[in-house]
Ligand binder design. Sequence first.
Ligand code: SER
Length: 312
Amino acid sequence: MGKKLVIGSSGQIGVELIEQLAKDFGANQVIAADIKPILEHRTQGVEYVLLDVLDNEKLFKTIKEHNISEVYLLAAMLSAVAEKNIQMAWDLNMKGLFNILDLAKEKHIEKIFWPSSIAVFGPTSPKFNTPQSTLLEPSTVYGISKMSGERWCEYYFLKYGIDVRSLRYPGIISYKSPPGGGTTDYAIEIFHAAINNGFYNSFIAQDVTLPMIYMQDAIRATTEIMQADRNKLTINSSYNLAAISFNPEEIAKEIRLLFPEFKITYNPDFRNKIALSWPSIVDDSFARNDWGWKHDFDLKKTTLEMVNGITK
Ligand code: SER
């Protein structure tokens, strides 16, 4: 068994996934790679390298030099920023994936984790209890790239036997490292605003419900699917993953239990349109049945963790 390489290690998920992998397998078994260095929230004992996933030569060198067998490819452009950088988003999200899939095809790595998203769904997908297999007509650049990526992951699995595992993450709520320009980021901003200003101006309308998950649950889902018995996995593209669903009004109400004076106003922008094209509640029974997925953090527990974490 070789080491684990996390690409996109300075990002929202990367920072916390590295912490967990170092705990589970030893810090010297984890290599953290990102295009930009990170100073805060480094995990002790983990080696940090500078790497652009689009730089094939350096990518190959890194994998060989560090004896990598498993890659977590987290580098991607999220929904809101991708709308403003169409070509760059497509290049990063797709070419990055191909670079990794091809290294696996050439037998340089054995196992891949690649995140997909609720963004693969679009206005024609069912909004409630959105099934694993349904119409996928995403209307965002990010969603199109994730939907295409899923097809390629399954293609590489069926054609070349590549062991690539994937989750359709809901919006991820966390405080350690800021998110990278997504639509669901409002559910993080709202906590910082409540604590620092007592006031939040939401870019998502009050009644728009989106699927969300607390970071600790998202990390556990990731390590669980990577450890799962491959023979039990019936989905070779990407698993629906669900935890909680709420709208801005509901989360504001929960925050008000801790900060009774908290005020929220609504000023929906282009991100609200993106949110409206996504599901409200996702059916993740395949994840629950195939590899035993079970979320732990409800809205109350998430709110307490966020407030405690940010205040500290
Ligand atoms: N959190 C992501 C976004 O909002 C969705 O996967 O772009």
